[in-house]
Write a protein that binds this ligand. Sequence first.
Ligand code: TYM
Length: 331
Amino acid sequence: MRIFSGIQPTGRKHLGNYIGAITQYVAGQDRGEGIYCVVDLHAITVSYDPAGLRTAVYDTAALLLAAGLDPERCIFFRQSDVPEHTELTWLLSSVTSFGDLNRMHQFKEKSAAQRELVTAGLFTYPVLMAADVLAYRAHEVPVGDDQRQHVELMRDVAERFNARFGETLVVPQVRIPAVGARIMDLQAPERKMSTTSDSPQGLIHVTEEPAQIVRKVRAAVTDSGSEVRRGPDKPGISNLIEIMAAVRGSEPAAIEREFEGSGYGSFKQAVADAVVEYLAPVRERYGELRADEAALERALAGGAERARAIASDTLADVRAAMGVGAVRPRG
Ligand code: TYM
């Protein structure tokens, strides 16, 4: 079983990324062959600062290592170090439907948020994402709920490629966690927690100071009731129940039973303490790993070499199937 996922080097990663995706990457190392990538080429599709991008790649790489990715037990690399991703993006664009790209929720949201330029790269972003996964013939793609539509698109692309050019690519399955697939903003619980949120108080960074975490959870927006239970009219409390269940590795219903009658104040304090404890080991390891950029570069370079060995093999098959380039003996 081969598992692939990617994460953007944008800003500091938050509790939603950690619960929805990063913990799944770490677990994937025991379930199969994990291949994980920091997708710097996706990050350039919106306005960005070049020097800041390099730094953000190190931040994200250090965070993933601190969370438990082990370059000995998985392949961990930076997307732009493996040029096969960009070549495959172009080749796959000829089996990607323009209409499908036009229907992507993320494109609609992100293009609406751009003040100056909506780039063609933002539009074809999902094709690069398809190339990321299909280059490795991965079977499974662990992501949060917001990436579901992108994974559906890459499945269509793989199916269309195989139908048109013969069985070449693996059609991957999405893997979305049962609990914590969509962590919401603490200040605006009808919106997902996101780096681009305009309420810093609504977002918990993975490496945030414990005192800040406690403050933010205690200040989370809730309704005027007092019962700790989920409901459509209780998005704030529902989100805290979901967070608590994910952090504890239990079920939302079990959390509701445990905190029945306890009131919002003491429930929030319990959630805050649990989140602090949950993130503490990552925060402790992060500082040391982030300080050694040369070691991070070495880890990423080693991963890129192993990734290229796999991706270049797929590319040779894709080129051959499409009748592109010189005839090359295989073997
Ligand atoms: P990115 O960098 O925005 O997010 C990384 C992962 O975190 C998940 N996530 C969440 N999960 C739960 N609650 C939230 N509030 C929340 N916010 C984010 C995302 O679903 C994601 O799994 N396009 C991708 C990166 C990518 C990729 C790929 C993923 C590029 N190539 C290939 C899988 C396979 C993205 O922007 O993720």
